[in-house]
Design a protein around this ligand. Sequence first.
Ligand SMILES: [Zn+2]
Length: 282
Amino acid sequence: MKVSPQYLDRFFSEAKRRGFAFLSLSQLHSALVEECALPSRSLVVTLDDGYRDNLTEGLSVFERHDVPFTVYLSTAFIDGDHIPWWYALEGLLSARRSILWRGNAISLESPAEKNDAFMRGRAAALQSSLGAETYIGEICAENGYEIENLKELFLTWNDVRELHLHPLAGLGNHGHRHLNLQTVPREVIREEFVLAGEKIARHTGCTPVHYAYAYGLFTEEAESVLRSLDAATCVMTSPGRLSAGEHKKLLALPRFMLYEGMSVDALMAQSAYVSLRGFLKR
Ligand SMILES: [Zn+2]
């Protein structure tokens, strides 16, 4: 998780004190489709990728506050044979004081330089025609850096089954290999979601109907694939809020990223700002 369990605990307490209701994705889906009223202050909690700490650190906090949540699984990470490229990049940059990037020397003396290299590397990887994983794999090889196997960071299939049986937890489909769907053809988008759905069904007996775009990156092609797969919802990472009856947004649901220390007030201010900006753009 990006935030500590202590912070999450405080955030849930504060949100409840301020009158927020916590809904599951299925409750949100029903409210949007059936146009029934939502509580005026509602929040839905989702977690991406399938990190193990969702279970080991997060679950007890969700239980303490009776907060439903959905975990979107990238099934190649759960299979344990696939490590997210962003960990490889982070590992390489933190281990070295300089590296070669496709023949160009990059200095990594200060935290600012490392951070800058990470952000530029991330952007280049996401746009690369090789695919981000191959692109970063080649940079690691160029620098003789062996990528650490970090599969213990992710849930195992046993953990996934445990979550599946938990009354507060829901499972979602985040694609098999976490590809940037803006850079791959329709067949690959379809394969990403179908394969992940089949794997989750094989291990839990249920095929998820809730989806999340990898990196939160929406594409119309992916939305059309999801429609053909009868997806109920799909989330992005663009911020925004929803009103009852906005069923056109079901496959492009906005989200706010929670960061350590963010207060309920800060979330509400961000939400008001995004709504105002959307209103002014009309
Ligand atoms: Zn993700």
